[in-house]
Design a protein around this ligand. Structure first.
Ligand code: SF4
Length: 380
């Protein structure tokens, strides 16, 4: 697991830069460029003025703002982007230059209250995140291959969400964009039209549907009327040629009708671009609702195979996310992906001598700490 949060210790100085700050390890950047960067270095003879200097060990102070990096953020490297709270020095890693799985949380607010929400909603004004993200977008590398946006529910920003995506397109026209949303905002055709008019070449909305039964879907997301609004949103999006991925999290409340749901998708939403069948993340509300959610993947592996093959037979693009290799049948391997973001991806002690560890997606680190299948068994 890689920590994305930590508290810096002030060594010297008082001027803490506001907003996203790109880090460099190059002490020889030209002065005009260096003044916009934070330098990671333990060199005691830095001549150029950087916005801040981050030290991995305390060294002689120079005439600028200096911080000591805590152990948990020692992974910071060239090209990473951080944000430092000027009062508390609490630091968030907004972007990791070597990662292909950077994701930006846009808000903690949400109009769903999903039983297994990994990011429990908060009724707060966190619109400062949107402002910060606008600044972040402007300094991301323009050759970035992919970036994700998540929440909460990003579309609660309304037109400000559209503006952010427009900005993203202008700064990152060649980057694959993935947005997690419950899709309900797109029931409004005018809103959907504004989104479609952005015309980013590779922008996908990941939208969950948890059952073909509206009552069950609404129960899982704890919001009456969600199913019909989400469906309407997907139909509006596809009518305007937008890319949509359907996300199904598999647990005790969704497993019973998994095949009916896949049949429903094949018959009614054959035109969506991707279907992801996903394992449960052991964090947030999942822990509070564990008895209502937990089912050992070993118990449903044959049903997972049937679901995958059903979608494949309808020529739908299907993937299996967040599952361990030893808990799925061989016949789903064409759809199996190592999907867990690198910063929260771990393996269990049982995996130590497993011959298939390199093709296995492993676990969420929360799963290793909290609960995972007792049926994990290394391939020998
Ligand atoms: S033993 Fe571990 S590494 Fe091997 S397949 Fe199972 S979960 Fe993956």
């Amino acid at each position: 697991m890689i920590n994305l949060y930590g508290k810096l210790s002030l060594i010297s100085g008082s001027e803490v830069p506001k907003g996203p700050l790109t880090l460099t390890t190059d002490p020889n950047l030209p002065e005009a460029i260096a003044k916009n960067y934070g330098l990671i270095s333990d060199d005691e003879n830095i001549k150029t003025n950087f916005k801040v200097v981050l030290r991995k060990k305390t060294t002689k102070q120079i005439n600028t703002t200096e911080f000591l990096i805590p152990q948990e953020l020692n992974h910071l490297e060239d090209g990473d982007i951080i944000s430092i709270n000027p009062k508390t020095f609490f630091t968030r890693v907004l972007f990791r230059s070597k990662s292909k799985q950077n994701s930006i949380l846009l808000t903690e607010r949400c109009n769903h209250y999903c039983l297994m929400c990994s990011q429990p909603p908060k009724e707060i004004d966190d619109s400062w995140i949107l402002s910060e993200t606008k600044e972040l977008i402007k300094i991301l590398p323009n050759n970035l291959s992919e970036i994700g946006f998540t929440g909460g529910e990003p579309t609660l920003y309304g037109d400000d969400f559209i503006d952010l995506m427009r900005l993203t397109k202008s700064y990152l026209p060649n980057t694959s964009i993935h947005i997690l949303t419950n899709g309900r905002a797109f029931k409004d055709i005018d809103f959907t039209r504004k989104y479609a008019e952005i015309q980013h070449a590779d922008m996908v909305l990941g939208i969950p549907i948890y059952s073909d039964d509206p009552v069950r879907h609404d129960y899982v997301v704890q919001s009456p009327g969600a199913f019909s609004e989400t469906l309407k949103g997907i139909l509006n999006l596809k009518s305007l040629g937008q890319k949509v991925e359907i996300r199904i999290v598999i647990h005790k409340q969704t497993i019973d009708r998994l095949l009916e749901l896949c049949e429903f998708l094949a018959r009614n939403l054959l035109f969506v671009d991707h279907v992801a069948l996903m394992g449960l993340e052991m964090i947030g509300f999942t822990r509070a609702n564990i008895d209502d959610l937990w089912i050992d993947p070993l118990e449903y592996k044959d049903k997972l195979s049937q679901a995958v093959l059903l979608l494949k037979n309808y020529r739908m693009n299907v993937s299996v996310y967040n599952h361990q290799r030893c808990l799925v049948n061989d016949d789903v391997m064409f759809a199996y992906r190592k999907s867990i973001s690198d910063w929260k991806n771990e393996y269990a002690p049982e995996c130590l001598d497993c011959k298939k560890i390199y093709e296995c997606g492993g676990f969420f680190s929360s799963g290793i700490k909290y609960k995972y299948s007792p049926s994990i068994k290394a391939f020998t």
